[in-house]
Design a binder for this molecule. Structure first.
Ligand code: ADP
Ligand code: MG
Length: 586
């Protein structure tokens, strides 16, 4: 792993060897190149090894997965050593999405590299049918990873039996589980567990709903609340907001990427799927490549996009993180729904919850997923809840890396001024921002205004308008349908073909241009007269603000080529766009 833990996030006084783990597990950990346990690991692992239930709140990216996996794998190995013939599933790990199940499974595979025969794992949160999964479970794997609904289905059909062997139960990303309407399934699964099972409740936020799980039979859990300040994270994550009009969002996003005001990889969050395509098509006009990630895409494609993003194949992902925010400007029925939840946006209304659940219960796309090396989270649309904000910004500054979060906030008096770019949720931006600011204050951090030099930015306005006009609603719908078709084909291919030829995955790209009706090649280049004298940095009033980025450790073909291109343009100011060109075709 290229992640190098930051001194403030890891606990330098504790080492993995101090836990006295099984040598097979110890060796596997050594291979991960983790220098020291993170804070949550240092606190949770010894308590869990003593058999205590754990309720841990720690921000995303703090290493919660390993914090519960190490004690579980240790326990399984100890029991297998003492009693080699004992059979039965010992651990059940519940997560809200398939993507997360996949990630947890990967971590288990890494940690059981030297003990995979005695500590076997099956992930049943896959698109495979229950009938296909049945024989896998019949082999009584020691660890089962699942979503609550899948686990329940298998329990009910008799293919997964938790009694009497189950020793560990993990409820991971508990806040998301509760938010995505998994509560009933989760409760039923917990009921099916033997009494006295050791429970791990892991969450990024401790909501009332999460606290209530405690009363479902946990035995006086050790409660670990790792405050943001504990990890000295203020220095890690810089949070900014900029007040801007609806159309100006497009101007700023264009300037930010065109002039590379953000270095490194960015996740752009938008509040509905069409908007994702609108931003993609808009950026495409300027030769800025990005890929879209949303609940509509097949799971295989989603997984692949995240994987490729983590390998630095893409720089920009445009993500829609909440299926229940599927509101479209101009659609009156949705408009109604949007108004309805105005006053209680902290609790998603029943109506919203249900429609979200219908779309895809195991949808999650971006929340909780481990995106690696993200320099910037750009809230193109401000989320509607504080917890959503916390999860979004948790995508950057992970595992001790630095990062920045920039949120576009539409003041109420500028809302609804430009119909084509209006996002219904923006009506409440200012109110939501106030709540987010209060929460951040409690955590000892703050959101600073981000100062653009608007006179410099304004020079790009004409080009922005030109590009925005080309991105019509029809173009968006065509692009959305086209991408969906493409991805479904790709997904089928992925499933069948790439299992045998994993190396071919490289040739598959998700950031191909979707071409709106009008292609304007001239927009792809920034003429010399538009370039600020000081390059991108000149656009920002404060030079020391916003340039967050970190060098990638290790070899990377794409980055290397970029460096070469940059070197070629030495002398005159290099066109930042060149770095976006020359990407391999499928
Ligand atoms: P969380 O569940 O708290 O959001 P994850 O368990 O997904 O966080 O871990 C985030 C990242 O940190 C992962 O890429 C993981 O490999 C890495 N990581 C975990 N533990 C350590 C450690 N002790 N040192 C360095 N990196 C770590
Ligand atoms: Mg996690």
């Amino acid at each position: 792993m290229s992640d190098s833990p930051d001194p403030s996030l890891v606990d330098q006084d504790v080492t993995f060897t101090s836990f006295n783990l099984d040598p097979r597990l110890q060796r596997a950990i050594a291979r991960l190149d983790y220098s020291n346990p993170t804070l949550v690991q240092a606190k949770a692992i010894p308590l869990a090894l003593e058999g205590k239930d754990i309720l841990a709140r720690a921000k995303t990216g703090s290493g919660k997965t390993v914090a519960y996996l190490i004690p579980i794998i240790q326990g399984v190995l100890a029991r297998k050593t003492a009693n080699p013939t004992e059979k039965g599933t010992q651990a059940l790990i519940l997560v809200p999405t398939r993507e997360l199940a996949e990630q947890v499974t990967k971590s288990i595979e890494q940690l059981t590299l030297y003990s995979a025969k005695v500590c076997r794992c099956v992930n049943v949160a896959t698109p495979l049918s229950e009938a296909v999964q049945k024989p896998l479970l019949a082999s009584l794997p020691e660890i089962v990873v699942s979503t609550p609904s899948r686990a329940l289905a298998h329990i009910n059909s008799g293919s997964l039996s938790l009694r009497p062997s189950l020793t560990y139960l993990v409820i991971d990303e508990a806040d998301l589980l509760m938010e995505y309407g998994h509560e009933e399934d989760l409760k039923a699964v917990v009921k099916g567990c033997p009494k006295g099972v050791q429970t791990f409740l892991m969450s990024a936020t401790l909501t009332k709903e999460v606290e209530s799980i405690k009363n479902w039979g946990m035995r006086k859990p050790a409660i670990l609340r790792l405050e943001e300040g504990d990890a000295d994270s203020e220095s890690q994550l810089l949070q900014y907001q900029v007040k801007c009009g609806e159309e100006e969002k497009f101007l700023l996003v264009y300037v930010i990427f065109k002039l590379r005001l953000v270095k490194g990889k960015t996740i752009v969050f938008v509040n509905d799927i069409d908007r994702g395509y609108r931003v993609k098509l808009f950026l495409e006009q300027f030769g800025i490549r990005s890929c879209v990630l949303n609940a509509e895409l097949p799971v295989n494609s989603r997984l692949h996009i995240v994987e490729e993003f983590n390998k630095d194949v893409y720089d920009i992902i445009i993500a829609t993180d909440e299926a229940d925010l599927n509101v479209h400007a101009g659609d009156s029925s949705d408009d109604e729904a949007a108004v309805k939840h105005e006053d209680n946006s902290e609790r998603p209304s029943k109506k919203r919850k249900r429609s979200g659940a219908k779309q895809d219960k195991e949808y999650g796309v971006s929340r909780g997923v481990d995106f690696q090396n993200v320099s910037c989270v750009l809230n193109f649309d401000l989320p509607t809840t504080v917890s959503s904000y916390i999860h979004r910004i948790g995508r950057t500054a992970r595992a001790g890396k630095s990062g920045m979060a920039l949120s576009f906030v539409v003041p109420l008096d500028q809302y609804g001024k430009h119909k084509a770019t209006t996002c219904l949720t923006a009506k409440r931006d200012e109110k939501v921002l106030t709540r987010i600011e209060k929460e951040q204050e409690k955590r000892g951090t703050s959101i600073k205004p981000y100062a653009f030099d608007m006179s410099q930015v304004d020079a790009f306005r004409y080009r922005m308008e030109d590009a925005l006009r080309a991105v019509t609603r029809a173009a968006i719908h065509t692009a959305r349908a086209k991408e969906l078709r493409q991805e479904i084909l790709t997904s089928e291919k992925l499933k069948r073909h790439f299992e045998e030829n994993p190396q071919d995955l490289q040739h598959l790209r998700h950031d191909l241009e979707l071409h709106p009706n009008r292609v304007q090649p001239h927009l792809k280049h920034v003429p010399e007269y538009l370039m600020p004298k000081a390059g991108g940095e000149g656009v920002m009033e404060k030079r020391n603000v916003g340039f967050v980025g970190f060098g990638k450790v290790g070899e990377n073909r794409i980055r290397k080529n970029r460096a070469i291109n940059r070197a070629k343009g030495k002398g005159k100011k290099a066109d930042p766009l060149k770095t976006f060109k020359g990407k391999g075709k499928r």
